[in-house]
Design a binder for this molecule. Sequence first.
Ligand SMILES: O=C(O)c1cc(=O)[nH]c(=O)n1[C@@H]1O[C@H](COP(=O)(O)O)[C@@H](O)[C@H]1O
Length: 234
Amino acid sequence: MSCQTPVVVALDFEQQADALNLVSQLDPSLCRLKVGKEMFTHFGPQFVKQLQQRNFDVFLDLKFHDIPNTVAKAVKAAADLGVWMVNVHACGGSKMMSAARESLISYGTDKPYLIAVTVLTSMEQGDLTELGINLTPEQQVLKLATLTHSAGLDGVVCSAQEAVLLKRQFGKDFCLVTPGIRPASSEQDDQKRVMTPAQALSAGVDYMVIGRPITKAAKPLDALNAIVQEILNA
Ligand SMILES: O=C(O)c1cc(=O)[nH]c(=O)n1[C@@H]1O[C@H](COP(=O)(O)O)[C@@H](O)[C@H]1O
């Protein structure tokens, strides 16, 4: 059965055994899984394959940002790995994003979702100013999402705080993937532009990436179930 909820659990663990211990308690109909830079650097494609063998959809979150040729080839390598979703940085620009999209044409309907990171959810106004960007986070997200949409990608990573604006601008089929999701009882950690699961759902997000509120909970399965319940009740 394919996944019935928008939850994507971010598997950010140092030890593969700890990640697999959590995964063995999870059901692919209740969540998808994200593998990011830490675990992919430690454990590589073999780790992704282990998750796929357990019937999970895998979001390979390596946020590619490089010259067009390099990113196109990296995205193609992700497609060869059979991942469900892969991302690039929208800051890499239109040419880079177009090259990434074109590298997936030969995969037809088997291609992974290709999405672009706009403004990291850990960033706020001061972080943009520091980079010489004199726009609000929302304006910068809109600018990068416009480039992403024009380059023909499937959607963006943004915060749930920008979801209403982006759905209004680009329509319901432009996929919104939102980290920075925090149940009311959770710590914010290093996330800045946050929303609760219920708020994110009503803002119209398609997928919620959630890590520490689940993985660092005393009882991760209970934490996930509570989040799913909050979404179902919203
Ligand atoms: O692309 C991402 O997944 C991502 C983009 C972004 O803007 N913010 C963000 O937090 N992420 C990832 O989403 C996950 C969030 O984890 P928690 O903050 O533990 O819920 C991490 O694995 C981040 O690498």
